[in-house]
Design a protein around this ligand. Structure first.
Ligand SMILES: [Mg+2]
Length: 389
């Protein structure tokens, strides 16, 4: 399906406080017919810097007819290799690409996954990431005990999630004193054991290590994770700074090794799978080039290594919905990430409200991503500004 050209006439930004000082950020790009495409660009402390980069690029693009959103980086003079090295610009360009795609699917009057080449899809399976439900809240409280991990994981299973992810190694940070398994892993391994006991053998447990280890400690940790029934070993070291070490860990591991949640562009994801650095790559729809790039990644890699693509999606409802369209379009066999219970009003950020049932995200049967921002909620709790102000 060839999309209609889109010309940007307006860029509007929204900031919405979530909890504990973190915010979600959204971009709306409109054309002169009043069609508005929506995207999320939440990127922690750097989000406002990203919004400035988006504003500058949107202004550059105002004279241009955008036919294919994949042409946008070249239209503003950026290459995939450069974007892989500059996460601010990668996030900015990705937001523009996603908003244009949403608008183009609305103009074509089809759900986004159809524009991206997918067949009819009503829902996408999710995995429950329990980390954000246990982060420090506005009062400064957090309970990182094994019992707390187990209780949240058990609730997720009760609500239908068949795959649970946690990041339990708070106490660890390489380099470690001594050799072999660091003592600092004990608390994390206890949390894993408690979660596994709570969820049972029929539910998969994914463990995210946030690049807290080095080669030796990661190799020593792997058998401990295997003994506790862990199914997925995420970024013991970073693919950016320790690529060869990650390949060595992946070769030694009996479980799937996953990573690359912050990468941009098909080439890097393709090289990680083809060179055996990871078993699974994790494109994030906010950073990787967007839903269109994710579908290119999924189509290319699922064909040579089924199950090698699982989308990273720990943020708000707009990025998760766009990720669900992409996963549906490339017929991903891995579940999509969802940060469960970060805030209890999350579903109402969108109209129609985000709908999760039995561990699946229901995709609205509407054009585009199928939802818009709830402007009442934004005007009560958030902040909106346009690129020109
Ligand atoms: Mg991760």
């Amino acid at each position: 399906m060839t999309p209609e050209p889109f010309r940007i006439t307006q860029a509007v930004f929204t900031e919405l406080p979530v909890r504990g000082g973190s915010n979600w950020y959204f971009l709306e790009l409109s054309n002169s017919d009043g069609v508005t495409g929506l995207a999320e660009f939440s990127y922690g402390e750097s989000s406002i810097t990203v919004s400035r980069a988006i504003a500058q690029m949107a202004e550059e693009l105002q004279e241009e007819e955008i036919v294919s959103e994949s042409d946008i980086p070249a239209m503003v003079g950026l290459t995939p290799g450069f974007l892989q090295s500059d996460r601010i610009l990668a996030t900015a360009i990705t937001a523009i690409r996603n908003a244009v795609l949403d608008a183009q699917a609305q103009i074509a009057e089809v759900p986004l996954y159809r524009l991206l080449g997918g067949g009819m899809t009503a829902s996408v399976e999710l995995y429950g990431n329990i980390n954000r439900s246990m982060l420090r809240d506005d009062s400064g409280d957090s309970d990182r005990s094994s019992a707390s991990f187990a209780a949240v994981a058990e609730r997720a299973v009760e609500e239908g999630f068949q795959n649970i992810k946690c990041a339990p190694f708070d106490e660890c940070r390489a380099p470690f004193g001594g050799s072999g398994l660091p003592d600092e892993t004990k608390a994390g391994l206890d949390r894993i054991a408690a979660v596994k006991l709570a969820i049972g053998d029929g539910v998969n447990l994914f463990v995210d290590c946030h690049s807290r280890f080095d080669l030796e400690s990661a190799l020593a940790l792997e058998p401990e994770l295997a003994a506790r029934g862990v199914a997925w070993y995420e970024e013991p070291v970073s693919y950016r700074t320790h690529r060869n070490d990650l390949a060595t860990i992946r070769n030694a591991a009996t479980m799937d090794v996953a990573g690359a949640e912050d990468a941009y562009g098909l080439d890097i994801f393709q090289s990680l799978i083809k060179e055996g650095v990871t078993d699974v790559v994790m494109p994030d729809v906010k950073y990787c080039g967007g839903a269109g790039e994710s579908v290119m990644i999924g189509n290319a890699l699922e064909a040579i290594s089924p199950g090698s693509v699982s989308m990273h999606s720990p943020s708000g409802p707009v990025s998760m919905l766009a990720s669900a369209h992409a996963t549906a379009a490339f017929k991903g066999t891995r579940p999509l990430e969802h940060a469960v219970w970060e805030v209890d009003w999350r579903a109402t950020v969108l109209q129609p409200a985000e709908h999760i049932q039995d561990g699946r995200l229901l995709i609205p049967d509407r054009p585009g991503i199928g939802a818009t921002l709830n402007q009442d909620l934004i005007s009560d709790n958030g902040r909106r500004w346009s690129a020109t102000q």
